[in-house]
Design a protein around this ligand. Structure first.
Ligand code: A2P
Length: 283
């Protein structure tokens, strides 16, 4: 994938799902303004778009993709199943509704948004997503915010692991164990809030120092850290200059020592909003 000088390498799961090494987060990009921002992102070379039923912008994503000069086959359109629709038939209807909202012929990737373990329905939801894939509504399926114990249960109950798990990940919450678990299982890791939205991460002195050494912005250092660790960051930006900055991250060239220094900024309570999937529930 090439746009101007930026080449986006791809990563492939054991199950054969290939994703670009960076994606575009669309949370809060809604309506006509959202369509413009998403169209700009496609123009800057993004080929992985991350939406969700709950973001209420599947229509904007679909519109941007339909109107884009970029070939539909080059774009990975992602959406997610809300926690209120984990029952099998509801889940299948919701995937179909997501598809209708985009106005596209198919979705590329559909994820369970949260496991909601106290509800205890995520295995049923997973069976429904597998069925949606087998019916051709969506090409590939995965999850978000699943802990290793949830993934293990999916594998035990259905014999199939998700191709991808999208989790909160940034230097204040580096998720080394989850990343290692996914790698061992051949799963891809996508990172939400990759820039640590709402924290002081981009003003952190360690990040600033490394940015000075490489002559790049703090955001590029953080995204370069994701790339170096093999996760797929999904930065969101409504600003064209930042969108471009956030996609040109494959030549940052951090040393192993720099990666480790950034990872060491992590702390147990480093989540941006305290959403621990073991107890947090979202519907
Ligand atoms: P904006 O949309 O105004 O560009 P995250 O991806 O971690 O959720 O963070 C998204 C937030 O970070 C948004 O508020 C976005 O603001 C801001 N942001 C995105 N890219 C950059 C960048 N390259 N430099 C500084 N801030 C950025």
């Amino acid at each position: 994938m090439r746009q101007g000088d930026s080449i986006i390498p791809s990563l492939t799961s054991k199950s054969g799902l290939t994703l670009p090494g960076v994606g575009f987060g669309t949370y809060q990009l809604n309506g006509a303004g959202g369509v413009v921002a998403i169209a700009e992102a496609l123009g800057h070379g993004y080929r992985l778009l991350d939406s969700a039923f709950r973001y209420e912008n599947e229509g904007a994503v679909g519109r941007a993709v339909r109107d884009s000069p970029v070939d539909r086959a080059e774009v990975i359109v992602t959406s997610k199943l809300p926690g209120s629709r984990h029952r099998f038939e509801q889940a299948l209807d919701t995937v179909t509704e997501s598809l209708y909202r985009t106005g596209l012929e198919y979705l590329d990737l559909y994820l369970i948004h949260w496991p909601n373990p106290r509800e205890g329905l995520f295995v049923e939801a997973w069976r429904a997503l597998i069925e949606a894939r087998d019916r051709g509504i969506v090409r590939a399926v995965g999850v978000c915010n699943f802990l290793p114990e949830h993934l293990t249960l999916l594998e035990e109950e259905t014999g199939e692991l998700p191709a991808v798990n999208q989790i909160e990940m940034h230097p204040y919450f580096p998720q080394a164990q989850a990343l290692a678990f996914h790698r061992e299982k051949g799963m891809l890791t996508e990172a939400w809030s990759p820039l640590g939205r709402g924290t002081d991460l981009l003003d952190n002195p360690v990040i600033a120092e490394i940015a000075r050494v490489h002559g790049v912005s703090p955001a590029k250092v953080v995204l370069g850290w994701h790339v170096a660790r093999g996760s797929i960051p999904l930065p969101k930006s409504s600003t064209p200059v930042r969108q471009r900055e956030n996609v040109e991250i494959f030549g940052v060239g951090l040393t192993n020592a720099e990666v480790d220094r950034i990872t060491a900024l992590g702390r147990p309570d480093g989540r941006v909003a305290g959403q621990d999937p073991a107890v947090y529930e979202e519907f």
